[in-house]
Design a protein around this ligand. Sequence first.
Ligand code: SF4
Length: 300
Amino acid sequence: MRGGRYVAAVTDATLALAPGECLALVGESGCGKSVLASALLGLLPGNAETAGAARLADGTDLLALDERTLARTVRGRRVALVPQSPAAHLTPVRTIRSHLEETVRELTGAAGRKSRAQLREAAEAAAERASFPATHLDRHPHELSGGLAQRAATALALIGDAPLLLADEPTTGLDRDLVDRTVDELRAHTREAGRALLMITHDLAAAHRIADTVAVMYAGRIVETAPAGAFFGAPGPRHPYARGLLDALPERAFAPVRGVPPELGALPAGCAFAARCPRADSRCRAERPPLTEGVACHHA
Ligand code: SF4
């Protein structure tokens, strides 16, 4: 960073995701969730460094690929992204049809081979897969509601039939009905096609609806991973931060996690959650708890 500062934005993240499975990566804004997704797609800023491995099923290590390989063989084809704020990712002067046709042309190997009519048909089929209405295909991004922009982004992400789908905060800014519809659609696309879905979200209700597995991130580290049933039901989360996130939900205790997360560039020596944790003791402040049996806490 500027001034020679070094920030560990994500540390020791270990996740596994099978075809047909949805893993929800949850945590407050700024905890490192989106950095992790950007790392998988090779989209980190130029001053970022990565270490470790992120392997697809055939052994391809995403972190070891150069930009050209990522651009030509990975993005959209093997790992697709439903971006945060879809409307901001669409080109404002082009219609949704134009976005879809270009993506079909690029990702399906059809460049030069498809006639105009075939391309049009393929774009319309892509829209239909994400329930994007054909009546809105000739509209520009600013003419769409948040929900329709979300569907357009989902349609674009599904075109390449990538086995891994990353959805970065796909429900931000949507009302509850649209959140439910969006996550149900993402879930269906994952199950039906045997894709894996990594959904990054701070919306625990959406995570509850969609996830098979939950991973909780705090201050750049995964502090708990658990099957969704055990996490949202009994016995519930084991990490105090994860418990606090659930208690903050209006339908539960509606009690916020007090305090704010530490700066990633100035993490304390012990547990990063100690300053906010009701169970913190001197050991917590001195020793960083390792992730053991799915939880990183000295007193889980
Ligand atoms: S290690 Fe200590 S401070 Fe950290 S979450 Fe567990 S109990 Fe709280």
